[in-house]
Design a binder for this molecule. Sequence first.
Ligand SMILES: [Zn+2]
Ligand SMILES: [Zn+2]
Length: 96
Amino acid sequence: MFFKNNLGFLRRRRLKAAQVKVKCPNCPSVYTHELTLKNHLRYECGLSPRFKCPYCPYMAKRAGNVVDHTKRRHRNMKPYFLDTLGSYKPRKQWNS
Ligand SMILES: [Zn+2]
Ligand SMILES: [Zn+2]
């Protein structure tokens, strides 16, 4: 029993000291901080890009990202986004 506890303690200490990469259990994403992974799980993981730029094929998981995109890439156009949910099937895209 003592031996087991001691091992766990040692392992925890080593993990904390090293630059640990935390891998998302649901997809191939890897993060250097647990907090980033938590945010990813909460807001992104498993979600397909839902919001689309009306002027080009750009898609994002957050409407704000598409608005930012239209402001930057389509300066003479109105900042705008399309919500694709329901209009057609979103496809899975991990590396967006
Ligand atoms: Zn994930
Ligand atoms: Zn665009």
